[in-house]
Design a protein around this ligand. Structure first.
Ligand SMILES: Cc1cc2nc3c(=O)[nH]c(=O)nc-3n(C[C@H](O)[C@H](O)[C@H](O)COP(=O)(O)OP(=O)(O)OC[C@H]3O[C@@H](n4cnc5c(N)ncnc54)[C@H](O)[C@@H]3O)c2cc1C
Length: 258
């Protein structure tokens, strides 16, 4: 690495670690806004906020007029680099920060941000291992960044996504995921699992993702897993895989809390 490149990398690290102001430059709902638990995508602009590494996240800090602050992490939904980034936030009706990001903040307003951060839960585009992406609820966000990057770089790595979601109205990025899966040129498969309410055409009764469903999707022993969602979901799925003999070093997890 040349001295100019090292200086540029050092600048990027410094920028990622410092709080700065981002502007909301676009926003749209990913799911029906009239339903509780809706998900909304915000496009943000701040120096160096975009990541090229699929799976990273940013931190957002809100400050009330009395000085009280609340800070939360949000995965980047795109891996494009540059100064723009997208996050997708699912509303927790009794939460502190997510209702504001989903229902409150408007285009043109500002937020404090830090990042992008995280170097473990990331998919590297030069890897050609088969990958199983396992999402619980809003845990689909960083996995979508991986799926989008996978398509953008024309990766030949086999990808399959298992997406566990409460009901059809909670499916985030539904159209795009179906479109990706129906593209015969893209080595991407999608399996949706509804936990509480399945659509009428579904032959699978609602219920949690089973051990057999995960094991069946795990194509071969070289497979790598990325599992993301609520803590209990992630731990249950990862522990079962380890019990079934999959190498823990090939299982990467990200817990969203809750
Ligand atoms: C790395 C990372 C990436 C993430 N990416 C995303 C993402 O892409 N999209 C996304 O939607 N979320 C993401 N999250 C989760 C996100 O950071 C927030 O946790 C989420 O939005 C909820 O925040 P909140 O302030 O609305 O809820 P909180 O106010 O934090 O509440 C969360 C839950 O805890 C309960 N609770 C709060 N306080 C208490 C208490 N004192 N006692 C008992 N229960 C309590 C609430 O009832 C609520 O159900 C990510 C988390 C991490 C760590």
């Amino acid at each position: 690495m040349s001295s100019e490149q090292s200086a540029a990398t050092a600048d990027q690290h410094r920028a990622a670690n410092s709080w700065r102001v981002a502007e909301v430059i676009a926003a749209h709902f990913e799911t029906d806004a009239s339903h509780e638990g809706a998900a909304r995508t915000l496009r943000l602009r701040a120096p160096g906020l975009g990541s090229e590494l699929a799976g990273q996240h940013i931190d957002i800090r809100l400050t009330a007029p009395d000085g009280y602050t609340a800070q939360r992490s949000y995965s980047l939904a795109l891996a494009e680099g540059g100064d723009e980034a997208e996050i997708t936030v699912e509303e927790l009706a009794d939460g502190e920060v997510s209702p504001y990001l989903v229902r409150g903040i408007a285009v043109g307003e500002q937020l404090e941000v830090r990042g992008p951060v995280g170097g473990w839960f990331v998919w590297h585009e030069e890897d050609d291992w088969p990958v199983v992406l396992i999402a619980g609820g809003s845990g689909v966000v960083p996995l979508m960044a991986m799926a989008r990057r996978h398509r953008a770089v024309g990766s030949a790595a086999r990808f399959i996504m298992l997406y566990s979601v409460r009901s059809p109205d909670r499916v985030i990025y539904g159209d795009e995921l179906h479109e990706l899966a129906s593209d015969r040129a893209a080595p991407f498969d999608l399996m949706l699992f509804y936990t509480r309410e399945a659509p009428p055409e579904s032959t699978r009764p609602p219920g949690r993702l089973t051990r057999d469903e995960v094991a069946t999707a795990a194509m071969d022993e070289d497979v790598r897993f990325f599992i993301c969602g609520p803590t209990a979901f992630v731990e249950t799925v990862a522990n079962r895989l380890i019990d079934d003999g999959f190498d823990p070093d090939r299982i990467k997890t990200e817990r969203f809390g809750g």
